[in-house]
Design a protein around this ligand. Sequence first.
Ligand code: ZN
Length: 133
Amino acid sequence: MFNIDHLGIAVKSIAAAKGIYEKLGLKISPEEIVEGEQVKLVMIPVGESRLELLEPISESSPIARFLAKRGEGLHHISLRVPDLAAVVKKLKSEGVRLVSNEIKVGAGGHRYMFVHPSSAGGVLLELVESRDQ
Ligand code: ZN
């Protein structure tokens, strides 16, 4: 079954951006660093889904480029899929534009792939497969 795993939000400062969620009484995960994307992030569980706050740790981060171009805001929507390899194979065979060629491994060991906004109605779409599935 597909679910919305999380919504990714690009921020200049996690310390500043997480304030609203603390005021709402939500729990915020400890910060994690994802070297491959040059970001640090926190996760905020909301019901069965989560919000992901992403802050760049260097200018080479895709999040730094996003902030420079568009400012803070919604960066991507992440769908959890049951079999990522099968989904990616199907999308490739149907000519969908993906951001990378290979499935990547991210925070917490989850496997993920991004679909380019040009193939997803202007939205950057992350597909994730959780490890414990
Ligand atoms: Zn994400």
